[in-house]
Ligand binder design. Sequence first.
Ligand code: EPU
Length: 414
Amino acid sequence: MSGSKNAALPEMAAALLTSHPVTLRNVPRVTDTAVMAEILNGLGGRVQGQGVVTLEMDGARDHHVKDELGRRMRATILMLGALLGRFGHARVPRPGGDDIGARRIEQHLRGLRQMGARITETDAEIVAEADRLRGNRIVFDLPTVTGTENIVLAAVLAEGRTEVFNAAREPHVQDLCVLLEKMGARIEGIGTERLVVDGVRELGGAEHTVIADYLEAGTYAIAAAAVGGELHIDCSRPEDLPVVLLKLEQAGAHVETGDGWFRVGRKPSTTLRPIDMSTWTFPGFPTDLQAQYMALMTQADGEAVISEYVHENRFQHVHELAKMGAGISVQGRIHAVVHGPCRLHGTDVTIPDIRSGAALVIAAMCAEGESLLRSAWHVDRGYEDMAGKLASVGARIESVSVEAPSAGSNHTYE
Ligand code: EPU
């Protein structure tokens, strides 16, 4: 498995917090990490390498993330906590709503304000200032991944103790904390919903291996169950995917787990059972695997209800799956019913976002005939060489062209 995109992004931002080099291994070669490197270089830092990436941010002087780069990736919001921690100033583009929901950030801003930041917002950007941030007691009304990461990034150099209640516990949030500890930060409660950060005066450099991408592993596990066949997935902790592996087993796949690996298989002759699923924050079923699971359920023998409780608008793959012959009815913004089994046929579809792209690839592998998936660049934002990896285990898939939208395109991506 490749390294986790959602761990690598905040970890790259964390390099801003020290004038010493930070070396990250296992950084996935995906568009989003390349955009993050461009942002850090644009601030005056030096980011070198692919896979093994060395970040030297001692020369960084600028605290303004340019709008054009910011719009290419929502994760630039992570720069807010890191820039405030480093410079006491931050100017970042507003991430804005996008295809998968409102993507609100008021909890990030409330937490930073509680720590003493003065923040002004316009439709286009967020400007924050602080002399030195002060620790505080921050309560999230629902766990936010980048919100938790932003507060932790801001808190490690703040004065005094910051407590985050109802913190996100995703493996990538934990991995960011582990890196920060290696840099000299004092963090307790990693992996729990209460994080306690005692600010230190300065942080040093570190070397760190980014955790394996459990979302990539989960995507391929779901693909194996959908298509029929067997995949052995190495360097991925089964404990990062407890509910996904449970659902696959309930649906009729064979699941075997070990230390740092798992295997998922299904004989094509075994009927898949329809199993309802609701997304939830970690350790629940990840929203980032909901679309792929929906593609799997099109192959199940009966109706499965899929409920999306994390993002507000994450059913855009339904329309494209329907073009392939999937019978799915969406009920409001939260529930979708998949009326399996669906006989899928290859056709021409357009990928609306990263995870929908993965779902459409799974559906295309289950479909009779050839499928053309347009806007495949979305997939490259989060998956390293998906076509190559799937082809290496027998899928007939090839990457024809992955042209990205023009730089001036007025769109914010998740
Ligand atoms: N929310 C609020 N207020 C806030 C923050 C969040 O209402 O201040 C809401 C959001 O609108 C959303 C929900 O809470 O409905 C969860 O949002 P969260 O903040 O946790 O999401 P995120 O930090 O913006 C990260 C991942 C997403 C992943 C979500 C949920 C990164 C860079 N992005 O986004 O990943 O879906 O957590 O796990 O880590 C992807 O990789 O495809 C992707 C979209």
